[in-house]
Write a protein that binds this ligand. Structure first.
Ligand code: RB5
Length: 146
């Protein structure tokens, strides 16, 4: 299962990404927001992160205006590796090297086709492990230390 969330700045793109994932046959949970009322992006970063940390979703997608606020907020939560990406190389590497468990996109930065292409690149890539796992273990150690 994939969980997706946004603030008002990412709402339109969230709707498009949700439709895309459903067309791909993926099971998607929409954690909100559900209308264009102004909301605070950390609340939705927290909701999506909690699904992932609890194991209720394998991975998550977050969208705000730029993606910046969502990525900052989500990465405060232990175990979350949220990657804000803006091109295909970054989207692939976010999985291959960083094993990002949350993809973050900017609703005011990307058009819908572009964003779906980035999501597809991340979904289709595979974590390479090896030396990259050693680096992720160091990130986990940082989470424990600070
Ligand atoms: C909301 O206006 C906007 O600040 C938010 O969507 C996001 O871009 C924050 O990083």
């Amino acid at each position: 299962m994939i969980v997706i969330g946004s603030d008002h700045g990412g709402l339109t793109l969230k709707t498009a990404l949700t439709s895309y994932m459903k067309r791909r046959g993926l099971e998607v949970t929409d954690a909100g927001t559900y209308d264009d009322t102004s909301v605070d992006y950390p609340d939705f970063a927290q909701k999506v992160a909690e699904y992932v940390i609890a194991g209720d979703a394998e991975i998550g997608v977050l969208v705000c205006g730029t993606g910046i606020g969502m990525s900052i907020a989500a990465n405060k939560i232990s175990g979350i590796r949220a990657a804000l990406v803006t091109d295909l190389f970054m989207a692939q590497m976010a999985k291959k090297h960083n094993n990002a468990n949350v993809l973050v996109l900017g609703g005011r930065v990307l058009n819908e086709q572009n964003a779906c292409d980035l999501l597809a690149a991340w979904l289709d890539a595979t974590f390479e492990g090896g030396r990259h796992q050693i680096r992720l273990d160091k990130i986990t150690a940082l989470e424990k230390k600070y």
